[in-house]
Write a protein that binds this ligand. Sequence first.
Ligand SMILES: [Zn+2]
Ligand SMILES: [Zn+2]
Length: 150
Amino acid sequence: MQPVQCAEEKLMISGQCNCGAVAFTVTDASQTNTQPGGIFICHCSLCRRSTGSNGIAVIVVDNHNFRWVRGEEHICTWRKPVGDWQIWFCRVCGSPLPGVNDPARMFVPAGLISSGADELRVAHHIWVDSKAPWDRIGDDGHQHPAAYVG
Ligand SMILES: [Zn+2]
Ligand SMILES: [Zn+2]
């Protein structure tokens, strides 16, 4: 049976891609087992190319807090042949989608969130040493030269 939970202070996030074919929800996004809540921005060249911007902003959530609402059949993925990097995207509109961060957790692109983002703040910038020359970081998120170091 499911454990009984009180309804207090569960951060509920919902989001979707640009065309709406794919949608998801996240409950209790403030808690993950091994990483703090908040937004991570990856400034690496792979994330920059995949978004056409200065990188990608994501939250990392435990698998059991993540649910697809619709559209899993529209999810495409591309894995870089050499290197540990993979992106998931909507085959209809091309929006980046939530994907596998590690076996226990999903990453969720923060720009997809349509409700529930009010309490989120940028907590960490990663791969700052390889950011674009024009990229100026203007918030007080902790800056990591390469991968996240907890
Ligand atoms: Zn779409
Ligand atoms: Zn990256």
